[in-house]
Design a protein around this ligand. Structure first.
Ligand SMILES: O=C[C@H](O)COP(=O)(O)O
Length: 246
């Protein structure tokens, strides 16, 4: 399967940040496109401006509502993201789960809404530092996978991102052995949920991925790409991470 390196810009970027997208497009040349898929998930207000020029780089949203339309002030439907030019959307990021009280049930509804709209759902799971330290990482991730995944999936409609909360924006990363353990665990869960399709769903690692650690993290078994936060804001860093696949 072709890996995916997706950048989550979070609440960063303005219209002028299109210069970084342009540099990413220029750097994602034929040799790069042959070995890795790239995506950028900018703030929703930039999607319509970014999508028409993004060429080989997919554009995604960072969240969507579970409903198609209605009285939900400030929310954005998956169909609206699609209409603006997005082809994927992140759901269940730990910052959404924490800041907006999103439960597994809500995340699952959002993932299914994304699929119905024709978007790839990137569903995030991951344990907190306290949960890891108390030996409950696999239990927590397993519970999130069981509760957050959509009812059905294909290799094209679902991506899972394992993001240990304690590794996000901290510079801390799990050991390769710990990443392998969790990704292998998620893989087994996906196969149990979806049958053979579960083997072909991409599982991304996210949390302090940088050019300096990308090669080691991305070469771990069952790591099929990365969800990159801070290091996706600069084209040089983002392309250097993608270059781990060259
Ligand atoms: O969605 C991306 C992740 O939260 C990772 O963020 P980070 O690369 O800044 O640690």
């Amino acid at each position: 399967m072709k890996p995916l390196v997706a950048g989550n810009w979070k609440m960063n970027g303005v219209a002028a940040s299109v210069a970084e997208l342009d540099a990413m497009i220029a750097g994602h040349d034929a040799a790069s496109r042959a070995v890795v898929d790239l995506a950028i998930c900018p703030p929703a207000v930039l999607i319509a401006a970014f999508a028409p020029r993004s060429g080989p780089i997919a554009i995604g949203g960072q969240d969507c509502h579970a409903k198609v339309s209605g009285a939900h002030t400030g929310d954005i439907a998956a169909e609206q993201l699609k209409d603006a030019g997005a082809t994927m959307v992140i759901v269940g990021h730990s910052e959404r789960r924490t800041d907006h009280g999103e439960t597994d049930e809500i995340v699952r509804a959002k993932a299914e809404a994304a699929q119905r709209a024709g978007l790839v759902a990137i569903v995030c799971v991951g344990e907190t530092e306290a949960e890891r330290k108390s030996g409950r990482a696999l239990y927590v991730v397993g519970t999130q996978v069981d509760g957050s995944m959509p009812a059905s999936a294909t290799a094209e409609s679902l991506v899972v991102a394992y993001e240990p909360v304690w590794a996000i924006g901290t510079g801390l990363v799990p050991t390769a052995a710990d990443v392998a353990e969790v990704h292998g665990f998620i893989r087994a869960k996906l196969v149990a949920l979806y049958g053979p399709v579960g083997e072909s769903v991409r599982i991304l690692y996210g949390g302090s991925v940088k050019p300096s650690n990308a090669k080691e993290l991305l070469s771990v078994k069952n790591v099929n790409g990365a969800l990159v936060g801070g290091a996706s804001l600069k084209a040089t860093d983002f392309l250097a991470i993608a270059a781990a696949y060259r």
